[in-house]
Every structure is written in C-alpha cells, then in structure tokens.
Design a binder for this molecule. Structure first.
Ligand SMILES: Nc1ncnc2c1ncn2[C@@H]1O[C@H](COP(=O)(O)OP(=O)(O)OP(=O)(O)O)[C@@H](O)[C@H]1O
Length: 360
C-alpha cells in the first residue's frame, strides 16, 4: 500500500485560460496509506478525472502524482499496482466465482495455497462462500458486481483499490448491506480504498475521510462528522444533509448581529465575528423551536409541515427567508400559519464570508 500525493491540475483543453476550462483546478491532496476515502460531488465535478489520474489511465495536464514520495505521474496502472472496480461488472462469464476471484492472484503467480486461503476469506466477507463453484454466467447483475468487488479486494499487495460508483447496478437493499460490508472489509484488510460516488449516504457510510468536490474544485476534505458539523464551504453545507443547511444573511457588529429587523447578542461560546455582511448557516436539525426569551432566537412563521415518515419537515419563514426545520417524530409539531421562535444561534451555528467558512 502507498501514501498517494496529488499536486496538480487537469484540463482536457489544449490551452486552458479560465477556471471553467479545467476539469480539476489546481489542488494539493494527500491520501494516507490504509485510509478509506470517498470522492463525493455532483455529476461533472471532476471525481472520475481525479480517480483516473491516480490509477494512471490519465496523465494530468499540469503537476504530478507521487506514491510514497516516488513520482508516478507517467507510470502505467500496472506499474502503480492499483486495483480498480468499475460501475459495471468486469468478470469472466465462463469461469466459476472462485476462478474469477483467484484471477488477479494467478496473474501474479501467487502460490495456490495462498490463493485458496485469500479467495476463501474474500468470499466469506462478501457472503459468497456457497457460490464459489458456480459459473458466473448464471448469476444476477448484483452477484456479478459482488465478484468484481471481490476481485478488486483480493490482492493484499496493491497500492490502493479505486472504486468508481461500484454500487450503481446493485439493488437498493443489497446496496445498503454492501456499503456496511465494505466498511468492515476496510477495517479487516486495512487496504487504501478510494471510492467515487455522487451519493452522500454512500460516501458518509463508507469513508473515514470524504473529499467534497464541485466544478473541478476540492472544497473540503474531512470526516463525515466535520462535513456535517463544520462545512468549510457553503456548497458542503448545502450538498450534505437532508435537507441541506439553512443560510441567512446577517449584519455583524462583532459581538452582535442583526438578522433583518431582529438584533441578537452572540452567546459566549461563539467567537467574535468580523464586522459586515455575513451568512449564518444552521442545519435543519439544530434550528429548534424555542421560547421567545431564549438567547439567539428569532421570530418566524410556519409555512408548511410535512410528515417524512420518521421525522417532520417544517418549512418556516424568517422575515423574507424560507428555512427548513427537522423535528423528531415525537416532537410537538407547530401548525401552519402559526408564529414561533427558532434558535438560530448556538454551538452548531456556522458563519460564512461569501462561500468560505469563517473559522470562529
Ligand atoms: N475525455 C474527456 N474529454 C473532454 N472533457 C471531459 C472528458 N472527461 C470528462 N470531461 C469533462 O470534465 C469534467 C469532469 O468530468 P468527470 O467525469 O471527471 O466528472 P465526474 O464528477 O466523475 O462526473 P460523473 O459522475 O458524471 O462521471 C466534466 O465537465 C466533463 O464533461
């Protein structure tokens, strides 16, 4: 396994002159040896470009890729010793499940007893032990993709295993199981895993560290908890969470704030802010209804209440701004049209200057 460092940019155009010409804007990133990472972002943000640069399918137009400090920018995928799992199964239909799983090891002339042991271990982890002697041709698309996952994981000497949206063809229930399984497999095998997805649930369940990308830019590298609690960029606040973070324009005077006509003092546990126009960010989970006298509360009006099964989604208006409030199934639910107070200032409140978070 290897530590992978990227210090590069990539444009598919010959003479890039503006940000929009780049699939990847200049970035510096480190993937630690043995880590479980997800590259997360909407379609077209540059995830596959980054993955292909790491695997060696693509040479970056600027900068370099190093594995444990050794320059690999122009090395082939084979020289990099990378395993890859793609969206669709890449297996041999004429072989059995066991032969498919053993293939990457036989290619490397691994001794047969070691192959048997490793194939057995991977099959057990993926709950395929009972299918080892079946021919792949007769299996469903789900099962075939599980074999692809197994083939990606079977070698213990790879620099990293790269997954490009590997659960796309998997049925939703099995998808849920496999996400958890991959996390467990990572703990047991301690391989470096890098997993591309546009699905936040997939990224947050699987990864220890998530790289959030938008329009060719890495906007945050952080733990699932950090992305939720302290989004470093407005995009992360909006993209992570269901629904995403609420943003409200405020005027700051350092230790006091004005939100529309309402003035508030900052509680002691929030550091002094720069003066001027800022955005306050508060997640729907933390925007709780409270008494009018609560410090950091503002008046609001309920617009709509939706039952979302295990929780309530309340849409409310604070002055001209619509916000979302997430209440537990057993919470007291306010009626539409009723005034209420919402606590916008608290330990979970974040502040943004344009797009970037203020590290308060
Ligand atoms: N071979 C290529 N030639 C030209 N432009 C490309 C090529 N591959 C990707 N792009 C462009 O580069 C940008 C990033 O694409 P990339 O496939 O890396 O994004 P992504 O986040 O993986 O998206 P998706 O989830 O849809 O695959 C997009 O604007 C895309 O149109």
């Amino acid at each position: 396994m290897a530590r992978i460092d990227l210090d590069l940019a990539h444009s598919y155009r010959p003479n890039p002159s503006q940000d929009s010409d780049y699939a990847l804007l200049p970035l510096t990133m480190r993937f630690e040896d043995g880590g479980a990472y997800a590259l997360l972002g909407p379609s077209g943000c540059g995830k596959t470009t980054m993955l292909n640069i790491m695997s060696g399918l693509l040479v970056p137009s600027q900068g370099r890729v190093t594995f444990d400090g050794v320059d690999m920018t122009r090395a082939t995928p084979q020289q990099r010793n990378i395993a890859q799992v793609f969206q669709f199964p890449v297996i041999y239909d004429t072989m059995t499940v066991a032969e498919n799983l053993a293939f990457p090891l036989r290619n490397r002339r691994v001794p047969e007893d070691r192959i048997r042991q490793r194939v057995g271990q991977i099959a057990e982890m993926l709950e395929m032990s009972h299918q080892l002697d079946q021919r792949a041709a007769g299996l469903s698309a789900d099962q075939k993709q599980k074999i692809s996952l197994g083939r990606g994981l079977v070698r213990s000497d790879v620099s990293a295993v790269l997954f490009d949206e590997p659960l796309t063809v998997i049925d939703p229930h099995l998808k849920w199981q496999l996400r958890r399984k991959l996390k467990q497999i990572h703990r047991e095998l301690k391989l470096t895993l890098i997993y591309v997805t546009h699905d936040q649930v997939e990224a947050l369940t699987f990864a220890e560290q998530v790289v959030v990308m938008t329009r060719g830019r890495v906007v945050q590298l952080g733990s699932p908890d950090a992305l939720f609690e302290r989004p470093a960029h407005r995009f992360v606040g909006h993209f992570i969470g269901s629904p995403g973070m609420n943003f409200l324009p405020v005027h700051s005077l350092g230790r006091s704030l004005r939100l529309e006509a309402h003035a508030m003092s900052l509680p002691e546990d929030i550091a002094t802010l720069p003066e001027g126009e800022l955005l306050l960010g508060v997640r729907p989970e933390y925007l709780v209804p409270c008494a009018a006298s609560t410090p950091g509360a503002v008046p609001a009006e309920v617009v709509q209440v939706q039952d979302v099964g295990t929780w309530w989604l309340v849409s409310a208006r604070i002055g001209a701004h619509e916000v979302k409030v997430r209440l537990g199934a057993d919470a007291e639910v306010p009626a539409p049209g009723r005034p209420l107070w919402l606590q916008v200032l608290g330990p979970h409140t974040c502040f943004y200057n344009q797009n970037e978070a203020l590290i308060a």
